[in-house]
Design a protein around this ligand. Sequence first.
Ligand code: ADE
Length: 249
Amino acid sequence: MRIDILTLFPEMFAPVLGASILKRAADPALYEKAAGELTLEPHGAPVAYHLTDIRAYTTDKHGKVDDRPFGGGPGMVMQCQPVWDAVQAVEKLDPRKARRIVLSPQGRRLDQPLVEELAGQPRLLLIAGHYEGFDQRAIDALEPLEVSIGDYVLSGGELAAMVLTDAVVRLIPGVLGDERSAHHESFSAGAQGLLDYPHYTRPAVWQGRTVPEVLLSGDHARIEAWRKEQARHRTELRRPDLLPPPEPA
Ligand code: ADE
């Protein structure tokens, strides 16, 4: 998958794309032997990130990309021209059609089903706004999917773009070492929309606290049943909204 990110602050992304799973996903050295089984980018890894500074596309000789809102009010609004021209130029860099996404608190709330849908796309184009957001005409012309990462307001779409990127990239085949680990966790289809069960590792006793006996039993059927029960119990206690509605009597 190719991920284009358009932003006024490309430098915000280097620490996040350059560490841990997101870094590994774009590292061709790790995937040499996997070619043929996985869909790889031209450079030989499952994912390629391309950052674009929207300011590089402004036609304003002072580098301006925003202006005061018509009708008055606080803050500045990002102008149509730089973002439109940036999108047109970046989309030409690869023949694959990009799914355009604008990060915005007005968008559709990001959840695991949407993440799974986006993980199946060949190319995402994420547009992060700052200030009071974009001139509405740019949104109307680009017809993007608008996505929010939650009901709170960030100072820009960059952190939201990073959250979306992280959630999507870890689902791309080849990115996580153990293919099962993404499948069973909270909110994924494999966990039937329940919260995750609790996990334990060595030592078996820590500060006098023990591990549930069933996990040491080696009885895989009992372990599976216990984990299912724990997942259901936790979901009932913490997130009853995730459970299917009870059957009418
Ligand atoms: N930009 C500012 N706040 C945001 C949010 N909650 N989600 C996505 N983009 C944003």
